[in-house]
Design a protein around this ligand. Structure first.
Ligand SMILES: [Zn+2]
Length: 561
């Protein structure tokens, strides 16, 4: 490539002033700055965005706010224009949430009409006791505790643990693990799974809840309880507050709890954990004789709801075009920077959902495009139209950040000429790995919406990286419906033509193992260069692209505005 463009090319007039610089808007010259995009930049920033200390960038949580500030500082350093609320970088919005601050468990000993609270424990971030919740809603629950052995009826094998004392409206305490095979004998039908045991007890027997006696030692129980306690206050069921969307799932009338071996032993009148092990062994020996039997204990479960809403923010940075009239029009580049936060651990115990590909890759892709544009500007080049860099939050909880933006746009919708979305652009999927060719990018949108926009991206590809464009998902009738499954849809629904850049799903998708070391940096770099080149083509085109596919027009006409 020609290196001459990197020579200083300031055409600054003699006296200072913001209007004193004129820019060269040549497409050919601008396209060459795609070469400034390299894997070192991408790796450096992705390692920060996907770092454990950002705790998975969960919407409304600490890590997401750190990422937002990081993005703001990046654009501040580039000298871009903040386009958020009151000339800040941030567009704030509120979400309804179901949040539990804490769960209080009180165990009573009951004798006749007397009951005595023998233990109260609180489950909250950083504290836990003899119970922890594995599922349950925000409704308080209370009832007698019935011990039901292994919680299984297997009449073929003469096992009747759910028969005996009444289970309706009771807490049913059972051993967590099921002894399917003991000493080579099949004791319990292997088709009876833990899950169908649960639903039988809760639905058919109408129990209030299940207490699973942890099959781990107290030490391991404590470790698991500590891990779970950190998730208690995670907000759930988020929705946009200004849309007054209803809250779902608030009144789950049942719960499933883990109970410590020590508390279970106490309820069964046993002295210690080893007595409990012995009781389990003897239950296996007498598995046919056992029937459910009421204990002399009672449990009250009380969830305390948190504030019920939280605040999050999109980050908006603006790069003004050079043409005095066309600069009023803008291409919006969107990438969500939120992810799933801290959640259930995987096999390795990792609980941080780093989201390197989803969507650290798209986030850093936008930063790299911005950086290349800035280098072009410093050398005296600018495209005619403007670019808005829109980093949205709350994608993983239902595309809420892009929805908020599209209802509160900072560039009028009629001046928004197109949208590019980068969401998961750093990997390859098994479909292409198996076919033996991973030098591809999926384009979704484009010609199923606007043939002109599509041809601009195709031309940009031919002119720059020349990757294989895979249109596998690019069909309005594709069962995956990817044309409406990420943030571009909030532009598409307003008839703004879009292209979604995507490299596909993989085994680490929405798992703690979506980490930076799995990113294919060479390919990722080429995709970002393609996004940059496409950005130049669209912002510099003579005419803005029109939506011209009637089928797509029909779909968007059915969407309520
Ligand atoms: Zn995503």
């Amino acid at each position: 490539m020609k290196k001459t463009i990197f020579a200083l090319f300031f055409i600054a007039a003699g006296c200072a002033g913001t209007n004193s610089i004129t820019y060269d808007t040549s497409t050919e010259n601008l396209l060459q700055f795609s070469e400034t995009i390299d894997s070192d930049f991408l790796r450096h920033h992705l390692q920060i965005i996907a770092h454990d200390s950002l705790e998975g960038r969960d919407t409304g949580m600490r890590g997401q706010k750190i990422a937002a500030r990081y993005l703001a500082e990046f654009y501040e350093d580039l000298g871009f224009t903040p386009k958020g609320d009151n000339d800040t970088w941030f567009q704030h919005f509120e979400l309804n949430a179901i949040a539990t601050d804490s769960l209080v468990y009180t165990t009573y000993h009951v004798e006749g009409s007397d009951s005595l609270a023998i233990n109260t424990t609180v489950e909250a971030p950083g504290s836990y006791g003899h119970y922890y919740r594995t599922f349950g809603g925000n409704m308080p629950l209370e009832g007698d505790i019935v011990f039901a052995g292994f919680g299984v009826n297997d009449y073929e094998r003469n096992i009747h643990h759910l028969d005996g004392d009444e289970l309706e409206d009771k807490w049913v305490m059972i051993f967590d693990d099921i002894p399917y095979v003991v000493d080579g004998d099949t004791l319990i039908n292997p088709r009876i799974s833990s899950n169908n045991r649960m639903s039988l007890i809760l639905r058919n027997y109408n129990a209030k809840g299940i207490l699973l006696i942890s099959d781990q030692s107290s030490a391991n129980y404590n470790e698991a309880a500590e891990r779970h306690s950190r998730l208690v206050a995670n907000p759930a069921n988020l929705s946009l507050r200004y849309l007054q969307q209803g809250q779902r799932g608030q009144s789950m009338p049942v719960a499933e709890l883990q109970i410590s071996p020590l508390m279970a032993a106490g309820i069964l009148g046993l002295g210690s954990e080893s007595d409990l092990d012995a009781a389990r062994d003897s239950l296996i020996k007498n598995i046919h004789d056992f029937r459910a039997s009421q204990t002399s204990h009672y449990l009250r479960y009380e969830p305390y709801a948190g504030p019920g809403f939280l605040e999050t923010e999109n980050v908006l940075a603006y790069f003004e075009g050079a043409d005095p009239e066309l600069k009023e029009e803008a291409l919006v580049l969107v990438a969500h920077y939120d992810h799933l936060g801290i959640g259930s651990p995987d096999e390795t115990g990792d609980m941080i959902y780093n989201g390197a590909d989803d969507n650290g890759s798209g986030t850093v892709a936008l930063m790299a495009v911005a950086n290349a544009l800035n280098q072009a500007r410093q050398a005296g080049y600018k495209p005619k139209r403007s670019v808005l860099f829109l980093h949205v939050s709350a994608e993983e909880v239902g595309l809420l950040g892009s929805r908020y933006y599209s209802d509160h746009p900072v560039i009028p919708i009629e001046n928004t000429i197109a949208n590019f979305n980068a969401d998961m652009v750093g990997r390859s999927d098994s479909r292409n790995v198996e076919a033996g060719d991973t030098d591809y990018v999926y384009l979704i949108g484009g010609d199923i919406i606007s043939s002109e926009l599509d041809s601009m991206v195709v031309a940009a590809n031919e002119r720059s990286v020349n990757m294989r464009i895979d249109r596998h998902y690019n069909n309005l009738n594709d069962p995956n419906q990817l044309f409406r499954r990420s943030d571009h849809w909030n532009f598409g629904r307003l008839s703004i033509p879009f292209v979604f850049f995507f490299t596909g799903l993989h085994d680490n998708y929405h798992r703690p193992s979506d980490t930076v070391d799995r990113i294919e940096f060479d390919k990722y770099t080429r995709i970002v260069q393609l996004i940059y080149s496409s950005t130049i083509k669209v912002t510099n085109a003579d005419e803005r692209p029109e939506v011209d596919n009637q089928e797509f027009i029909d779909i968007t006409n059915r969407v309520p505005r």
